[in-house]
Design a protein around this ligand. Structure first.
Ligand SMILES: Nc1ncnc2c1ncn2[C@@H]1O[C@H](COP(=O)(O)OP(=O)(O)O)[C@@H](O)[C@H]1O
Ligand SMILES: [Mg+2]
Length: 300
C-alpha cells in the first residue's frame, strides 16, 4: 500500500466549510461507576463536537476535565450513557468487537506515553506488524515494506523496525507510535497528549511532522492537550472542556485571541511561569468560578 494512496473523501482541509463531518460527537454523556459510591460520576455531560475531513480540532481543558474520556468514547473504550458518536454519518457508539476492529483502520490513536504501547521484549517492528496484519490482512513482506516507508515518513531509518523499544529515546519512540498509527491509512488520528511528555525541541519536530502529514495525506486530527500553546500552533478549531462540559468552542483565533470564558482565559494564562507569585495568582484565577451566563460559542 503506497504512502501516496489518496485518502477517501474531500480533502481540501479546513476550507471545506460545508463538508459533512468525518467525526460527530453528539450530546455524549459518559459516567464512571464509583466503586463504593452509590452515585456514579459524570466524566462527560452532553458533549458535542465535530471534526471535518482534513481538519484539526484541539480539545483542551485542565487535568480531569474529561479529555481522555472523550477520546475513549470515540474509540469505544468507555460506554456512552447518552448521545451518539458518528463516523461519516454512521452511528459507531455501540459496535461489537469485529466491527470495532474494522473501524480502527479509519480511526487511530496516539497516547502520551509511548513506552506503554510497546512490548519491551519485542522489536518495534514485531509490535507494529501484529497490529497491521490484524487490521489490513497484509502479507508479511507488504507489512515490512510499508513499515519502512512509514518509519521514513516520521523521519527515522527503516532499520529502526529491528530494534527494541529500550533502544530509543522518548521522542523517537513517539515517532514510531505515530508511524504505527499511520500503518492502516487512517482518516482520523486522535492524539491524546501525544507530545506532552517530549522535550520542547522534539515536541516542535513532532508537531511539524503532524502538520506535514495532514498536508500530504489529508489526515484529520482530534488533538487532545492541556496545553493551549500547542493547539494554537496546530489547530483550526478549539473546543474547551471544563468538568466534562463544553464551555467554549470556535476557531483558534476566536478562542485563543478573544476567549469569552474566564476558564479559557485561565488556561491561556497557565503556561509555565517561573515567578511563584504569578503562579499563585494564576492558580487563584483557575479556582474562581466561571463567568455566569457566558454564551457558549459554537462558531463553525
Ligand atoms: N476509569 C475511571 N474510573 C473512574 N473515574 C474515572 C476513570 N477515568 C477517569 N475518571 C474520572 O473522570 C474525570 C475525567 O478524567 P479524564 O477523562 O482522564 O480527564 P483528562 O484527560 O482531561 O485529564 C476525572 O474526574 C477522572 O477522575
Ligand atoms: Mg487525559
Amino acid at each position: 500500500m503506497p504512502l501516496t494512496e489518496p485518502p477517501a473523501g474531500p480533502l481540501t482541509g479546513p476550507a471545506t466549510g460545508s463538508a459533512r463531518p468525518l467525526l460527530e460527537v453528539a450530546g455524549v454523556t459518559v459516567r464512571y461507576q464509583g466503586r463504593r459510591r452509590l452515585r456514579s460520576t459524570s466524566a462527560l455531560t452532553e458533549v458535542s463536537l465535530d471534526v471535518r475531513p482534513g481538519e484539526t480540532v484541539g480539545l483542551v481543558g485542565e487535568s480531569g476535565s474529561g479529555k481522555t474520556t472523550l477520546g475513549k468514547a470515540v474509540l469505544g473504550l468507555v460506554p456512552v450513557a447518552h448521545g451518539a458518536v458518528r463516523l461519516d454519518g454512521r452511528d459507531i457508539t455501540r459496535l461489537g468487537g469485529r466491527e470495532r476492529r474494522a473501524l480502527s483502520r479509519d480511526v487511530q490513536v496516539v497516547f502520551q506515553n509511548p513506552y506503554l504501547s510497546f512490548n519491551p521484549s519485542r522489536t518495534v517492528g514485531q509490535t507494529v506488524a501484529e497490529t497491521t496484519t490484524m487490521l489490513r490482512d497484509m502479507r508479511p513482506a507488504q507489512v515490512a515494506a510499508r513499515m519502512a516507508e512509514m518509519l521514513e515518513a516520521v523521519g527515522l531509518d527503516g532499520a529502526a523496525a529491528g530494534r527494541y523499544p529500550g533502544q530509543f529515546s522518548g521522542g523517537q519512540l513517539q515517532r514510531i507510535a505515530i508511524a504505527r498509527a499511520l500503518m492502516p491509512s487512517p482518516r482520523l488520528l486522535i492524539c491524546d497528549e501525544a507530545v506532552s511528555a517530549l522535550d520542547l525541541s522534539v515536541q516542535a519536530q513532532v508537531l511539524n511532522l503532524l502538520a506535514d502529514l495532514r498536508e500530504r495525506h489529508g489526515l484529520a486530527y482530534l488533538f487532545i492537550t492541556h496545553d493551549l500553546a500547542v493547539v494554537r500552533h496546530l489547530a483550526d478549531r478549539v473546543v474547551v472542556l471544563r468538568r466534562g462540559r463544553v464551555v467554549e468552542s470556535g476557531t483558534v483565533t476566536e478562542v485563543c485571541e478573544h476567549p469569552r470564558h474566564s476558564y479559557t482565559r485561565a488556561l491561556l494564562a497557565a503556561a509555565p511561569v517561573a515567578d511563584p507569585g504569578e503562579q499563585a495568582r494564576r492558580r487563584e484565577l483557575r479556582r474562581s468560578p466561571a463567568t455566569a451566563g457566558t454564551p457558549e460559542r459554537n462558531a463553525r
